[in-house]
Design a protein around this ligand. Structure first.
Ligand SMILES: [Zn+2]
Length: 138
């Protein structure tokens, strides 16, 4: 399937800031937005604590993740995926990320020190998707 992923300019800026302030451990969080078939619009992101505190893997803090889902529901939006950083590797899904995609299918944004890349992943595998930066919908 051919996925179209649009991201608001101001949200892409947040991803760029994360890219330039990577830190020692992987950072992670969720993507808010709306999905219509194979078209996804990312309207905001939230950072969630990486309970693994590891430079090579992440696990979203469960309570903060629950709160993020509640926040989305209150605003009438959805959690359309996750983002995380690779402070010491390229912006490509690791073996562990592929396992994660089976449990959390959706858009996966991976941020390395030099790149922001997006993938759609599920139990069948993953494909890279292009991030189209758009203006504010207002
Ligand atoms: Zn990863």
């Amino acid at each position: 399937m051919n996925f179209k992923v649009k991201v608001l300019g101001e949200v892409f800026e947040k991803l760029e800031i994360i890219k330039s302030s990577m830190g020692e451990f992987e950072r992670c969080g969720v993507l808010f937005g709306k999905a219509h078939g194979n078209e996804v619009q990312i309207t905001d992101i939230a950072e969630i604590e990486n309970v693994k505190k590891s430079p090579v893997e992440f696990e979203l803090d469960p309570l903060q993740t629950l709160k993020a889902f509640e926040r989305a529901e209150e605003s009438g939006i959805d959690v359309v995926g996750v983002w995380h950083t690779h402070p010491s590797w390229i912006a490509y899904p690791s073996k562990k990320d592929m396992e994660g995609m089976k449990i959390y299918p959706g858009i996966w944004i991976v941020i390395s020190k030099s790149e922001v890349r997006a993938y759609f992943g599920d139990e069948k595998g993953f494909v890279e998707v292009e991030l189209k930066i758009t203006g504010s919908p207002r």
